[in-house]
Write a protein that binds this ligand. Structure first.
Ligand code: IPM
Ligand code: MN
Length: 375
């Protein structure tokens, strides 16, 4: 953050690395950049972008193959270059022609880990005019945020396999959490909860009744750190119960904090109750360093190149990027413009059913940003 503010004070342009990625990623990012141009014009800030092609197609063109681990998805030099930017804007990762796990590990997880983006911030917000699959729930009922730990848990790659292919095959995948990693995530969640509004309710989500080691580390840390936040009500849900409550009483939640895998799962559920993958945005955040923002849906190969995918999730991710850079007002303006478009324009959030093309939706939001339109 300090670095970003310094850049702002010196009135240097923000430097934003753009990774379109796979499938519909480049299409939705293009619309986000349109909106960025509008936001910069109104907000009177300058920025530069540089594109990085870290796609599955490039990996394959370079001879990438699971049997040849020496061909990286992102090279060390490219990673070093990325580190000089103020923010990263990512489209989508996933190519059906590349074996599962290669791009995910080689790009997305590598950047999350190496840039120490230890928070995955995923707001669950039902915009006005959006059809919610939950009966009788409206925008006032669905407005909470999930803080997912993003560098530990089941994602560290610890574990292994022995006696593969034999009847004695043994496989482990270790849920590894550190006090340091859990504590910094929990502190971030308490701080965020304090900033968010009046509810001041922070819910820890885990599975302490079964995961008695890792769950206990989260639970103890949560209660210890919570002593410093007497204005915030501490609450705990098992992850299975949380899924139930997210569907039955989503209005209950304010801020949720949880581990990496549980966070992965409940944020897909969250995306559905806010109207689908077309609108769900997220940020991989290093509060003291370089953060990366992305729509949380996948690369949608079947819609690629058809100009039908919904770019609003990518545009929402851009709003989050702006706020993280310190351009709060610009981020709010983009969110208001999204709400205007969902409330007044789109027929549906689903690909091909919006009543507009991808590029037209981008135009609508950019125009709403320029004019300062709201729902
Ligand atoms: C997400 C995705 C990733 C994850 C995959 C693609 C590795 O599902 O960002 O939620 O599991 O974190
Ligand atoms: Mn996921």
């Amino acid at each position: 953050m300090a670095k970003k503010q310094a850049a702002r004070q010196a009135k240097k342009p923000y430097r934003i690395a753009v990774i379109g990625g796979d499938g519909t990623g480049p299409e939705v990012v293009r619309e986000g950049l349109k909106v960025l141009a509008a936001a910069a014009e109104v907000g009177k800030f300058r920025y530069e972008t540089q594109e990085f092609d870290f796609s599955g197609a490039r990996y394959l063109a370079r001879g990438g193959d699971p049997a040849k681990p020496n061909i990286p998805v992102v090279t060390d030099e490219e990673l070093a270059a990325l580190k000089t930017f103020d923010a990263i804007y990512l489209g989508a990762v996933g190519d059906p022609n590349v074996a599962p796990g290669i791009l995910e590990k080689g790009l997305l997880l590598r950047l999350r880990f190496e840039l120490d983006q230890y928070i995955n911030l995923r707001p669950v917000k039902l915009y006005p005019g959006v059809k919610c699959p939950l009966a009788d729930k409206g925008p006032e009922d669905i407005d909470f945020v999930i803080v997912r730990e993003n560098t530990e848990g089941l994602y560290t790659g610890m574990g292994g396999c022995q006696y593969k292919g034999t009847p004695h095959e043994t496989a482990t995948q270790i849920m590894c959490n550190t006090r340091h990693g859990v504590e910094r995530c929990i502190r971030y969640a308490f701080d965020l909860c304090r900033k968010r509004g009046d509810k001041k309710l922070l819910t820890l989500v885990h599975k302490t009744n079964v995961l008695t080691f890792v769950g206990d580390l989260w639970f103890r840390t949560f209660n210890e750190v919570g002593q410093e936040y007497s204005d915030i009500t501490r609450d705990y849900n098992h992850v299975d119960a949380c899924c139930m409550w997210m569907v039955k009483n989503p209005e209950y939640y304010d801020t949720i904090v949880t581990g990496n895998m549980f966070g992965d799962i409940i944020t897909d559920l969250g995306a559905m109750i806010q109207g689908g993958m077309g609108i769900a945005a997220g940020g991989n955040i290093n509060p003291d360093g370089l953060s990366m923002f992305e729509p949380i849906g996948g690369s949608a190969p079947k819609y690629t190149g058809k100009n039908v995918i919904n770019p609003l999730a990518a545009i929402g991710a851009l709003a989050m990027l702006l706020k993280e850079l310190g351009e709060e007002a610009a981020g709010d303006r983009v969110e208001a413009a999204i709400a205007y478009v969902t409330a007044r324009k789109l027929k549906s959030l689903a690909a091909g059913k919006m009543g507009y093309t991808t590029t037209e939706v981008g135009d609508l939001v950019a125009e709403a940003v320029l004019k300062g339109l709201k729902a």
